[in-house]
Design a protein around this ligand. Structure first.
Ligand code: SF4
Ligand code: SF4
Length: 163
């Protein structure tokens, strides 16, 4: 059964805002689209739909600004992205503050007991690779495996120089 028209209109608005954001920054649409779509579709359906939308948006963006691509950075990112968009924790740098656990909206991080005290650990099945935990960590102990700082700076530069 289809959701009511006002729900469809709200989802279309969220998708429009999300992909306007994607057009400016090159990422971030799934952060809005996935939670919104889960109101009307099960998560196992939403995730492949979000991936297809992101791939289509990335191809369109690539066709528009492909000449500005930083190829060395892309070469580093593609293999890691194919291997999975998950975070990693450098346990020696983790001070068990729990900021990442609170920040993760997917419940993908927990503090676990280790021989060196409690440390953050990421569940790669639940992690969606949005990088929210990464931004919150005060010691930079948690990092997105497929994004280097340089890649993030390139994306910020591209967003700021967008016409
Ligand atoms: S990248 Fe996002 S989904 Fe993955 S652990 Fe960090 S906050 Fe959670
Ligand atoms: S935010 Fe950083 S330091 Fe704090 S628990 Fe998470 S990984 Fe450890």
């Amino acid at each position: 059964m289809l959701p009511p028209p006002e729900t469809i209109a709200a989802l279309a608005l969220v998708a429009a805002v999300a992909y306007a954001l994607f057009a400016i920054t090159g990422f971030g649409a799934a952060l809005l689209v996935v939670p919104a779509l889960t109101f009307v579709l099960p998560l196992p359906v939403v995730l492949p739909v979000a991936v297809l939308l992101d791939v289509a948006a990335a191809l369109m963006l690539g066709a528009r600004v492909g000449r500005e691509t930083c190829w060395p950075e892309l070469k580093r990112m593609v293999p890691l992205s194919l291997a999975g968009a998950v975070c990693g924790v450098t346990e020696a740098d983790c001070v068990s503050c729990g900021a990442c656990v609170t920040a993760c909206t997917y419940g993908a991080i927990e503090l676990v007991d280790t021989p060196h005290g409690k440390k953050a650990r990421v569940n790669p099945i639940l992690c969606k690779g949005d990088g929210v935990c990464n931004a919150k960590c005060p010691t930079r102990a948690i990092t997105l495996k497929h994004f280097t700082d340089e890649a993030i700076y390139h994306q910020i530069d591209a967003a700021l120089s967008a016409p």
